[in-house]
Design a binder for this molecule. Sequence first.
Ligand SMILES: C[S@@+](CC[C@H](N)C(=O)[O-])C[C@H]1O[C@@H](n2cnc3c(N)ncnc32)[C@H](O)[C@@H]1O
Length: 561
Amino acid sequence: MATVNYCGFRCLKSRPWLQNVRSYSSSSVAASCSLNSPHPSSSFDDSEAQGPTTTATTTSTSPATPDRSQSFFPKRGQTLELVCETLAFKGKGVCKVADTGFVLMCDRALPGERFLGRVTRKKGSYGEVQKINTISPHWDFVDAPCEYASHCGGCKTQNLLYEAQVKAKEQQVHELMTHVGRFSNEDLDFSMVMKPIVSCDIQFHYRNKMEFSFSTKQWLPRDAMKGEQGGENSFALGLHAPGFFDKVLNVEKCLLQSEAANMVLEVIQNCWRDPPLGLSPYDVRAHTGFLKHLMLRTGRDAKTGSQELMVNFVTSSYKPELLEPLIGKISAIPEVISIINNVNTSVGNTSVGEEEYTLHGKSTITEILRGLTFQISANSFFQTNTHQAEVLYKLIEDCAGIRGDGSEIVLDLFCGTGTIGLTLARRVKHIYGYEVVPQAITDARRNAELNGIHNATFVQGDLNKIGQDFGDEFPKPDIVISDPNRPGMHMKLIKFLLKLRAPRIIYVSCNPATCARDLDYLCHGVAEQNIEGCYQLKRLHPVDMFPHTPHIECVCLLELA
Ligand SMILES: C[S@@+](CC[C@H](N)C(=O)[O-])C[C@H]1O[C@@H](n2cnc3c(N)ncnc32)[C@H](O)[C@@H]1O
């Protein structure tokens, strides 16, 4: 087990980039989502920021002692030869400076890759480098099929063999569970508790939802820059360039979405800039322009199983006449059954509008999951990889270990549109679902009705703000399912669960760092608050829901100790 000091703070010296997980979790406010992502907020001071100095040729073969790493401080602008050892959160490569163990994180460095990197930032006991050029490629190199792979922020690991991608994700979960979750290697005996990662059989075209942005500023990778800036030629429709809120990489085709969605994207790309149409992209700095986002959602007809598509234009004002020429073209694609317009007049750049209009066809599309039919509106949460959601939900059901005699009560926390609870409802007595988004609760109730499920109650409420009376309105559950978003569970909810002592908790997580922290609290307690843990981690399944991206899902089974 990792060392624990008397304040309950874990010793993470050997994993400096994890330090902020601890400081975050001790704050008891699950509000940040930048866990263990080394996003240094400070850079070197001026004396250090003098630009390139010496070039230190290093390798990372020997992990050094923490003491030596503390005496080594690279300078901003310094060039180092590094080897990437492994991947950490957000897919950043972990590289250590030879003979010091000093950790430098590098975006787009892949395990085994030897490269020249320039130090850009330092925070505490680790730093960040920008890759200048690769000296020798990483192990398991494959050609990336997508032309945007090396620039787009979406798929960062497309040219790493898929088997190596999942192995790196599995290692990351193991690291976090031991160093943040404080589970020892014996606790995590692979065959007993931590299961091998579940790969995704479909590695492309798996996303049922993609959101593209319109922009006045097209982002061009450095090698494509020809001094072209500004003017109409620089309009873009695509994905935000990593780190830029105002620049967009123009994307003609995305290999993660369905072929039908790519057809729509192509039609729109071919005409939206035509001057006679009078369409302008929204300028996020000047707050002018009309087109903000294009969201494409792919579902399936419940009867025929054939693909159906929703196209959602997010605009800054309601001017349907401006969209008419585009609607004419895309409604000719047989899969398009719904064209929606979300009007978002705020200066914020979210895709949820204050008003929603159906411009063509239906207001929802359908999707089938574990034999149930779900109606999905433009802004409802729905698992974005339907194929792998089948696998995920099957694992959840296995972990729930439902007796099947219809006697059990299930509490579905962070229920979204109710999908997990509804897929279990037929075998239990009652489902109680809690969720903060009112629209999702409306959808959950409608989905229950649509599937003839009458033993499910969905309640809108903020699980970060539960009071002492939370729990009065439902009987003690036999099974709790908790599927929070990235920040994980609030300390209030952790305390509630530790007091509730339900026999089983199934914790579903999309962020292994907060997952490890919350499992630690539930199993080992919260020492700084004198709270004892009362659960045992029985099973942990990492699941790859999003090939080529750094995201990792986990399904964890906890039983009352
Ligand atoms: C990862 S999604 C899970 C949704 C659902 N379980 C599923 O599988 O489709 C997390 C959900 O938690 C909801 N949520 C986020 N913060 C919340 C809070 N403070 N209280 C209640 N629900 C919250 C989000 O709106 C979202 O629907």
